[in-house]
Design a binder for this molecule. Structure first.
Ligand code: PRX
Length: 630
């Protein structure tokens, strides 16, 4: 806990305050976030009903909310469809010809799609899936890069009431295979390749390796971007199938509590869990915060630099911007390729008004320096949002001065399980570097100690959410027990896994994880995932993974390995093991350091004491070691 005590001490010395520029304040939909919060507090049910009334319902709900401990149901009895709310609802409002999507790619010409064109492509995709027997409740795994085709496939699943499971197209074969198996999907849609930093990155071989020997998958649809890609017998060509499909497909009216998608994320222990979000509450929450927190409406051009493989790419690429009737930019590739100026030239090209990125990206732009900004003026940028990891004040202040000179730079905090912000700095609020902002309506938070005792303002501890919100996961796929275990009676609510502190103005700072989850460049990686991937290699008998501070990525991974008998410890094996993790989990999980050791520090009950390894690495106080076995 020492590192958090230091961080809290450091926070108390920070007092930069960045006022929202006049034009940002003037345009802000929410002019007083606390008054808005009180509106929710005064009558939660009426608040959520007003939010839901902005969307389309095939049948209106009978009851807006039913909460009983960890079980929460929203808009009970209502029938809706998330994809209808993104497409038909906007076309009916006269936005059919409006550009919904400017799709850029490192290595391909840009493409634009209007809302009507997207509806047609999504409908064709849905008809292809339906032709393969995909219907309500069936799972479809999507392994595609950020692209119009990826978005169409997600929307197509949701349109049919099927459940998509997007696997980030940078994950390795082991991660993909686990997700396919756990979801029980019979259909997988993939691309043969993606483009990154000037290179063509093959994806199809990863799919082939992941599916080898897996009988469960009956149909593989391949978006062939390279004509030379050959299809195995039985595999389908995405473009050919779409061209032959009917161009119309009505959205299926599903129950508000019907699952829309699952997305796997790492927890403290065990394998990654499939977090399930539903059509009703999710749509209401994402739409509400897209319009009222991110402040995006029909006149905005939005750009999130995330990817469809993450929760941000679900809520704030695939669904949020389209529900809001906005225009958005997406770009496949690295934000600093061919150079660090490209992101900002595109901001100018499309007159982007609001940009969502991660602190790691800001630090990367900072490293590239002001010269990369010379050929753009970024004057249209009203708001720049950061999330995914602690936003260090130095990067925040640099971004405010350099990236969005006429706008407001703000932080927001949330997680895959809670699929939209829980805490954030609103457009109308003072930005306070180091502090994420105040709680969203519906979000009741507290900081507790290990016994569940409530901490005072200014004291750090475990961040607990006292009651569910509409945009919170409904369960964990096929493991409701694991869902229940995310709640603690002792701590009094949903345990976020994060350490936080609040000050007397109601601003929250989120300092880092309290559990064994790592955060590398804003990507969540479980120590358990890295360790089990290492153990799957015959040369490893035991392993432990820890996170060490990294100036650019926030954290980097270091692993300790006890080699199996008969294997020579040395640079070759170290290289091979790090490559093995990369192949299994993807390059983002590749350890940057590996040490061979004879034993690992363990408690008497056999739990690896990662805390001790980390303290030793960093030369910190080792804390209580009384439970150490040896
Ligand atoms: O530890 C917190 C950190 O990222 C975790 C959630 O990651 P993920 O499920 O990938 O969802 C990201 C959604 C933006 C959190 O438990 N985190 C996220 N945002 C912040 C943050 N840590 C500090 N400040 C933030 N703004």
């Amino acid at each position: 806990m020492t590192r958090h005590a230091d961080a809290i001490e450091a926070l108390s010395h920070l007092d930069q305050r960045l006022d929202p520029p006049g034009n940002v304040l003037e345009a802000a939909r929410v002019k007083d976030d606390q008054a808005w919060y009180r509106e929710w507090e005064a009558d939660p049910e009426a608040f959520w009903e007003r939010a839901a009334d902005e969307l389309h319902w095939f049948e209106r709900w009978q009851q807006a909310m039913q909460i009983d401990g960890s079980s929460h149901r929203w808009f009970v009895g209502g029938r809706t469809n998330l994809s209808y709310n993104c497409l038909e609802r906007n076309i009916e409002r006269g936005l059919g010809d409006k550009v919904a999507l400017h799709a850029e790619c490192e290595d391909q010409p840009p493409r634009d799609y209007s809302y009507s064109e997207i509806l047609e492509q999504v409908s064709r995709t849905a008809n292809v899936l339906r032709g393969l027997g995909v219907g309500e409740g069936d799972r479809v795994v999507i392994y595609m890069p950020l692209s119009p085709e990826g978005l169409f496939t997600m929307q197509a699943c949701v349109r049919l009431g099927a459940v998509h499971s997007v696997v980030y197209a940078g994950m390795g074969e082991g991660a993909l295979r686990h997700r396919v198996e756990d979801s029980g999907a019979r259909v997988l849609v993939c691309a043969d390749l993606t483009y990154r930093r000037g290179a063509v990155v093959p994806l199809k071989p990863i799919v082939d390796a992941a599916l080898a020997g897996l009988e469960q998958v009956e149909h593989v649809i391949v978006w062939r971007r390279d004509e030379a890609t050959t299809l195995a017998p039985g595999e389908l060509d995405f473009e050919r199938e779409l061209a032959a499909a009917e161009p119309a497909c009505a959205a299926v009216a599903v129950d508000a509590e019907h699952p829309a998608f699952m997305l796997y994320t790492s927890g403290t222990t065990g394998s990654p869990k499939g977090v399930v979000h539903v059509h009703g509450g999710y749509a209401v929450g994402v739409h509400l915060l897209m319009t009222h927190y991110f402040d995006v409406g029909e006149s905005d051009t939005w750009w999130s630099t995330s990817d469809i493989g993450w929760i941000v790419g679900h809520s704030y690429i695939c669904y949020g911007p389209m529900m809001a009737g906005a225009t958005q930019v997406i770009r496949e590739g690295a934000p600093d390729y061919p150079d660090a100026g490209i992101t900002w030239q595109l901001v100018d090209k499309y007159s982007v008004t609001a940009l969502f990125t991660a602190p790691t990206a800001v630090r990367m732009f900072m490293r590239a320096g002001e010269k990369a900004l010379a050929d753009s003026d970024r004057s249209t940028l009203r708001l720049l949002f950061c999330a995914g990891e602690p936003f260090n004040p130095e990067a925040w202040l640099w971004a405010a001065k350099n990236l969005a000179p006429a706008g407001h730079v703000v932080d927001n905090y949330w997680q895959t399980e809670i699929a939209s912000p829980m805490i954030g700095t609103f457009a109308c609020m003072q930005g306070r570097p180091g502090w994420a902002g105040r709680a969203m309506p519906g979000i009741k938070l507290k900081v507790v100690d290990e016994a569940g005792g409530r901490m005072d303002d200014g004291e750090g501890g475990t961040l607990v959410m006292e009651q569910p919100v509409p945009w919170m996961m409904q369960t964990i796929w096929q493991d409701d027990e694991r869902y229940q275990s995310c709640f603690s009676e002792r701590l009094g609510g949903y345990v976020t896994g994060d350490i936080a502190v609040r000050d007397n103005e109601g601003y929250w700072a989120v300092l880092g994880r309290s559990d064994d989850v790592l955060n590398v460049a804003g990507h969540r990686i479980g120590t358990a995932d890295v360790e089990s991937s290492l153990i799957s290699h015959p040369a490893v008998s035991e392993s432990a993974a820890i996170g060490l501070p990294d100036e650019l990525k926030g954290e980097r991974i270091k692993v300790f390995v006890v080699a199996a008998n008969g294997y020579e410890q040395g640079a070759d094996l170290s290289d091979e093991l790090r490559k093995h993790v990369s192949r299994e989990l993807g390059p983002i999980a590749r350890p940057s350091e590996l040490d061979f050791v004879d034993t690992l520090p363990k408690t008497r009950s056999g739990k690896i004491m990662r805390r001790l390894l980390r303290a030793r690495e960093l030369g910190l106080d080792e804390g209580d070691t009384s439970t150490l076995e040896d």
